[in-house]
Design a protein around this ligand. Structure first.
Ligand SMILES: C[S@@+](CC[C@H](N)C(=O)[O-])C[C@H]1O[C@@H](n2cnc3c(N)ncnc32)[C@H](O)[C@@H]1O
Length: 258
């Protein structure tokens, strides 16, 4: 299965996704808005999923256009966001059509599914000059080196190592990480900034297994292989699993003149 297709597999687990994937700390939206050079009134979110990041921005009074290709994810987003100024649109970044421009474009744990050949030109077309772009995510990471290695070993028995982390996560860890590296290289943005928002969590073994089963590397497995890998991982886990929920945030501005 190609990367682009793999990005479209989440709908089958939309309810589990909403229940077991963590949300984002309020600090993320606060830092994005503080970074913006002018007031942020409108935003477009790419790959909004069930609305975990959408609600954080909309509850601060921003009108959010939530672009999401998957009907199952959008159903949950609509249900969970009814009171907020959110406009859900069923589309990908590549097919989303609008005549307007937004103060802010952001994407949470979804940018790696967009088309690398067109994503930056699409971004610039969607954001007003001097507007803000923000990309953030927090891959599921076990916060204990020995336990993390035991989980990785159990994973490797079934899931190819390369499949566990999305694109950007595989890049070498220089000072500036993906997609900051691409923001810089595109030459289309200024003030490229990378931040870390530290966070820790502890979840039950069952909740951790449910969270893992919403990760695309698992969604593309056959049901038998998924059961097999989750059973192997369960066997090495303690009752409570410590997690590192640090969020990596990349920020930049579109140029004032184009
Ligand atoms: C891991 S989920 C992240 C959802 C949400 N942003 C969050 O943080 O919980 C990735 C989402 O990106 C969507 N997606 C996949 N390909 C996309 C594309 N080309 N354009 C926009 N969204 C896409 C998927 O349907 C999925 O809902």
């Amino acid at each position: 299965m190609g990367n682009r297709q793999r990005g479209l597999t989440f709908g089958s687990v939309a309810e589990d996704y909403e229940r077991y994937r963590p949300g984002y700390p309020g600090e993320v939206a606060a830092q994005v808005l503080a970074y913006a050079s002018e007031p942020t009134r409108t935003a477009v979110e790419i790959g909004a999923g069930t609305g975990k990041a959408t609600r954080g921005f909309a509850s601060l009074g921003i009108a959010v256009t939530a672009v999401e290709p998957d009907a199952g994810m959008l159903t949950v987003l609509r249900r969970e966001s009814a009171e907020l100024d959110i406009t859900p649109v069923q589309a990908t970044l590549e097919t989303f059509a609008t005549s307007g421009q937004f103060d802010l474009l952001y994407s949470a744990a979804a940018w790696h599914w967009t088309d690398p050949a067109t994503r930056w030109a699409r971004t610039v077309a969607l954001v007003r000059p001097g507007g803000t772009v923000a990309f953030f995510g927090s891959p599921t990471r076990v916060d204990d080196p020995d336990l993390a290695e035991a989980v990785a070993a159990a994973q490797r028995a079934v899931v190819p190592d390369d499949d566990v982390h999305p694109d950007g996560e595989r890049e070498p860890r220089g000072e500036l990480r993906w997609p900051g590296t691409e923001l810089e290289a595109s030459g289309m943005f200024t003030d490229v900034t990378q931040r870390r928002i530290p966070g820790k969590d502890t979840v039950s073994r069952d909740d951790f297994l449910h969270e893992l089963s919403t990760v695309s590397a698992y969604l593309v497995l056959t049901p038998e292989a998924r059961v097999d890998v989750l059973r192997r991982i369960a066997a090495v886990l303690p009752a409570r699993v410590p997690l590192d929920r640090t969020v990596t945030l990349h920020l930049a501005r579109t140029k004032e003149s184009r």
